[in-house]
Design a protein. Structure first.
Length: 134
């Protein structure tokens, strides 16, 4: 059985390393408001809005994967390039979710051990869809 849940560029979210515990996706649609005399405003569909994903999860650095996982994610985000997201990539027919931009990475450290090393790192990553037709 595969451990990898999702791959974003070269970064792998897996059960034994950086596992996301919650995924929230918001897709927006734009509707312009048109005022009308003597009537309630009407709406006109003007196109798609942003598509965003928030991932939150946890890393136990001493379990597997080590302390550098969030630094690896920051390095990937710092390339300034949209990253291909593939869900369940190792089962032979991963679901290609398209290109996504890493907009924000949050980190919380707890269970601090000797030398100031965290025993647990919680993270939240905000992604926004790059766009279609690439």
């Amino acid at each position: 059985m595969s451990e990898v849940l999702m791959k974003l560029g070269s970064f792998k979210f897996s059960i034994s390393t950086a596992v996301y515990q919650e995924l929230s996706r918001v897709t927006e649609y734009r509707w312009a408001k048109a005022e009308r005399f003597g009537k309630a405003p009407a709406r006109q569909f003007t196109g798609l809005g942003d598509d965003t994903i928030d991932l939150s999860g946890v890393i136990y650095p001493h379990w597997k994967g080590g302390l550098g996982q969030l630094d690896d994610m920051r390095t990937l985000a710092g390339t300034g390039k949209a990253q291909r997201m593939v869900a369940m990539p190792e089962i032979g027919k991963g679901d290609d979710l398209g290109l996504w931009c890493i907009e924000r990475i949050e980190e919380q450290q707890s269970n601090i051990l000797s030398g100031g090393v965290p025993g647990k790192q919680s993270f939240r990553i905000k992604l926004v869809a790059y766009g279609k037709n690439l």
